[in-house]
Design a protein around this ligand. Sequence first.
Ligand code: HBI
Ligand code: FE
Length: 274
Amino acid sequence: MAVEPVVYGASERPPRGDYSRAGADYTCPQDYASYTPADHATYRRLYERQAALLPGRACDAFIAALPSLGVKDRIPHFDEINQRLYQATRWEIVTVPGLIPEVPFFSLLANRKFPVTDWIRKPEEFDYIVEPDVFHDLFGHVPLLFDPVFADHMQAYGKGGLKAHGLGACELLSRLYWYTVEFGLIRQKDGFRAYGAGILSSPGELQHAIDSPHRIVFDLKRVMRTRYKIDSYQQTYFVIDSFQELFDKTAPDFTPVYARVKTLDELSAAPAAA
Ligand code: HBI
Ligand code: FE
């Protein structure tokens, strides 16, 4: 059964990835044979460049977990990673052809399955790509799934997403994902560090996020009111003190939070003019 492709936002770009391979839950086998030597070289080069930028910019938990991805000189077999990941936090990565609709996405997270796109960007997209490719998903998202508290938060987010869908609150909830899982900062004793996958997988934003003065202490309602852009560096970053704080502040039922936020004005992604 062919499923409908999905693209980020209301973009006119054609969907990336072959959705005819996907089942009803949008998952498909990792098409390992399709990788060319150039694809493996792209992954190796992306990994080398990004890993060199992590000290002083990525959070300690990410740096400690990164080696769990295994090989860095080629695109890993997802099964290789799953053996370690399942042992660590009972998560597993599943293959998807690209972005998938919110309900299938939330359903996978709610079952401790993280969807990883299996195609990789072209060499000419080395510095920037809008859609998540295998490097963004593997390098950016998977290491923190080895952290027990963050792993539990991700499952809770998926369960919350299924509820949000029923309440028509997916846009509000997607802002929580955006300003934490994708672009979140954490305060460590030695300074602010990135834990968001969108920052950790981007060479330019990793520096920009650490240098940016526009940091706001994590506040759930403020996050849900703040719009975001998908194709430029963030202009506002939200800061947590620990993954436990993120888990605790997002554990309660969001129904009253959505009701309150819907009565308040949305906030621009750009920080209020000083
Ligand atoms: N699909 N494959 C994939 N990966 C994502 O990170 C993703 C998605 N679909 C929707 C989505 N993220 C966001 O809109 C979430 O906030 C729901
Ligand atoms: Fe992502």
